[in-house]
Design a binder for this molecule. Sequence first.
Ligand code: NAD
Length: 484
Amino acid sequence: MRESLLPAAAADLSEGQAPPSEGHFTVLDPATEQPIASVADHDAHYALEQISRATSAGATWAATTPRHRADIMHNVYDLLLENRDRLASVITREMGKTLKEAAGEVQYSADYVRWYAEELVRPGGTYRDNPHGGSTILTKRSPVGLAVLISPWNFPMAMITRKIAPAIASGSPAIAKPAGLTPLTTLLTVELMVQAGVPEELVRVVTTTQASEFSATVLNDSRVRKLSFTGSTQVGSTLLGLASKNIIKSSMELGGNAPFIVFDDADLDRAIAGAVAAKLRNGGQSCIAANRFYVQEGIADDFLQGFSEQMGGISLGPGEEESTQLGPMIDRRAVQRLQGVVDDAVAKGAIIRAGGKAPEGPGYFFEATVLENVVPDSQAFQNEIFGPIAPVRRFSTQAEVLEAANDTPFGLAGYVFSENLDRALNVADALETGLVGINQGVPSNAAAPFGGLKQSGMGREGSAEGLEEYQEVRFYNIARRDTH
Ligand code: NAD
């Protein structure tokens, strides 16, 4: 990678420059397993310093007008898109997805910035008469205060941007901790935000491999008023425990196990296209990726045939190559885990209809895979797969499939394919998930309140609800007496 593409805070290692110095960690390209860059491995003391800096800047920022903040955020939107190729290149290099998908992630991320720039100039409050008479109640929304934002590696730009955008829109300062596997995109995104006019001290990035020390220290600091986390349910649960000490307002975007349900009355081509999109977006490394495929008996043979053909024809390769449809997985552990998922399913009677293995390296690749006759107690159905494996089961009735679909502690996304609108809506209503894709495989949108039920999380990102996560509602009760 040419040095100019990297964020200023990273040292380029792609041309074989000196290995990282002490106090730094290395970022690898998952397509080649070669180092790309090194960044500072900050300790907890550094994180506390950033809290001080952001807190001071936050006081000034909170006093600015919504119009001022919106104008800066519109500039951010423009600058992120002007740098779309550069951002996409960094995303692809450190995370692996194809350049086309990475460019899509840049647009998707920028959409949140624009959406909140548009939303924040309509600061809502309410006027309510006391139902007993004698007073009037006014409500207003105030910035929550310093927010700690922790993001995962799978969408290294979108997951942090959809936290930073509502935080700064609300008037709050933030500390951003990206995943250790993908720190470059966050550094570059925030660098561009600052170039576009966001005060440099307002959003501080802490790159670190010492995640537990980071969270134990910052969540113990009484200046922190908000925690927003995207990642695994296990880590989310630990962080909620830490946040409970100081009663920190928390949002959690956690793991999923999405059912993908195809009824006999579905449009077959639409269902297959939706299945490929919902499974292979981001190489399957998405929290809303279709995880458990349930296909009704009357359409199952045709669906499996068409779906397996398309999945079997998917070309693997580095995300930078134009012909690539499926880039590498994030690391070697992921590939080993995926092989375990296939082996477990096959040992329990599944048939491989496409893919099924990891090709020779270098690079952490895994084939787009379709498994038929997968039993419910297999790993593929029980766990979040987080890779390009589609386990399929047949079902006969709506009641049967709903019971199976909801039989999980997770509740993030679900998918329903049926040309019968009554059926599609009835099934969507009965699914215990925060969002449902109906006859489509990619339901996310900056204007929609993204988030999960059950152990998939709490709170929402995107839309007006996403801004409320960074606000506190307060009221003034104004006494009134009759005047004559
Ligand atoms: P992860 O939980 O391992 O890590 C997420 C982030 O938390 C990383 O930045 C990591 O460094 C940090 N972290 C880990 N332990 C920590 C600790 N003790 N204290 C503070 N920070 C800590 O998850 P991951 O492997 O990066 O991401 C995959 C998971 O994220 C999947 O389960 C996926 O479903 C979920 N996810 C959810 C959403 C959503 O919106 N619901 C979106 C994307 C990913």
